[in-house]
Design a protein around this ligand. Structure first.
Ligand code: 6PG
Length: 264
């Protein structure tokens, strides 16, 4: 039986407010990691939801760019599509256009998944990259200071898709996985790695995610069908940043837009 999970979620009035909350969350998490350890190592996801948040972090006209110690930041990816980095489907390209090209980061601070390579080769190489950059020994997993996840309407997160082999992979750090829908190859951190993170959060927006959010967190446990249920950080805390539309089928927040639930 898994340990109880403290689910903390914040509900923002609309997508714009959610973007501001998420930008603040990134900035606070990076700053506190740098204050503790001198560096912040974060892992980000692809998809459409994080893109405006990355743009807000890079925007000199907004409050976050000046607060982030960019020279102390290392960026990793939670997952990637098996395409070249300049492909329109590439998560790296999305992050580069929204953020990386607009802030002072050196190439050595970017730890890209090599989607242009043969999937298994790319997965092994990223696993080596993690082992080297985190100086892992034996069966150790990397502990990212912050992991940002999204959630698909089918219950996937990262590139852990329903009924795919990656869902049950607990020996490796990074695997290649095929999506069912497009039968496309992806690269993904495994749930084991994600769950080692002391600060894991889902960033989810839109009414199309309301039903899957309810199923994942309040429905029957079935991680093969709903891989987002695999995400149960070992420190027992999971954060969700939601807009009202996405949170519509979850218990309503109190006056300050925050809810804390204990999931057995
Ligand atoms: C990807 C992501 C994926 C994403 C979800 C949600 O490569 O697309 O890593 O897991 O987080 O599909 O995507 P949206 O933010 O577009 O809803």
């Amino acid at each position: 039986m898994p340990q109880p999970l403290k689910l903390v979620y914040y509900v923002e009035s609309d997508a714009a407010a959610l973007q501001r909350r998420a930008a603040q969350y990134f900035a606070d998490s990076i700053q506190s990691a740098v204050a503790r350890r001198g560096r912040a190592r974060i892992a980000v996801s692809g998809g459409s939801t994080p893109k405006p948040v990355f743009a807000a972090l890079a925007d000199p006209g907004q409050e976050w760019r000046g607060k982030i110690p960019w020279d102390r930041l290392d960026i990793y990816w939670v997952d990637e599509r098996c395409v070249p980095p300049n492909d329109s489907a590439s998560n790296f390209r999305m992050t580069r256009e929204a953020l990386l090209d607009r802030v002072p980061l050196e190439a050595g601070q970017l730890h890209r998944m090599e989607g242009e390579l043969e999937p298994e080769v790319a997965a092994s190489r990223y696993e080596s990259e993690l082992r080297n950059s985190f100086r892992l020994e034996g069966a150790e997993s990397p502990h990212f200071d912050l992991i940002q996840l999204g959630m698909g309407a089918d219950g996937h997160t990262a590139s852990l898709f329903p009924h795919t082999s990656a869902v049950f992979e607990f020996g490796r750090l990074v695997v290649a996985n095929r999506t069912q829908a497009e039968q496309a190859w992806r690269l993904t951190l495994t749930a084991q790695v994600i769950n080692q993170g002391p600060n894991v959060f889902f960033l989810i927006s839109g009414g199309d995610k309301a039903e899957v959010l309810r199923e994942v967190f309040l429905g029957t446990r079935d991680p093969e069908r709903l891989p987002s249920q695999l995400i149960r950080p070992v420190n027992g805390i999971l954060t969700l940043l939601l807009d009202k539309a996405a949170a519509a089928l979850l218990p309503a927040p109190d006056g300050n837009g925050r809810v804390e639930l204990t999931l057995r």
